[in-house]
Write a protein that binds this ligand. Sequence first.
Ligand code: ZN
Length: 200
Amino acid sequence: MKFEMTKYEGGWIELIVGCMFSGKSEEMIRRVKRAIIANQKVIVFKPAIDKRYDKDMVVSHNGIKLKAVVVENPEQIYTMSRDYNVIAIDEAQFFDKTLIEVVEKLAEENKRIIIAGLDQDFRGEPFSIMPHLMAIADTVDKLHAICVVCGAVATKSQRLIEGKPAPYDSPTIVVGAIETYQPRCRKCFQKPTKTKVYPS
Ligand code: ZN
């Protein structure tokens, strides 16, 4: 199932998606390392929002590291990619829609773009620009995790705030709260639902 780039010099967009702990960063690191072995000029980007682990490293949950350039916006990715032919972007779901334009432009310039990101948010809904990126990509690989409740194949990310499933309207990014994520299957996923609030 794993996609493998062969000799090809045109533009190419590949996506690695899935829930939390599905091994997206690990797979991206694997592809990047192989591109480096193939003497490609590779640069790795990640959004400034992702403050997990090392600041300027792409780190997979099993601890494999890769040096990454932290950027504030997609325009910076475009500007800094000029001298490279393989561009990897981690945590793509945190970028705004300008990333779509930037990625298309880079592909027009015959670059290979490897993008990793969450396909669904904690509500089980499509995550920001990811559906669009999945549509325009040349390849999409959807990775899975293992459900921590029952051990089945997991495709959902359950968000827990102080140990309880986060409500639907909790902001996508909570600063300072003790929150964790669990990979869960469709059956064990407690889907946050919209609650109607009536004035008292
Ligand atoms: Zn399960």
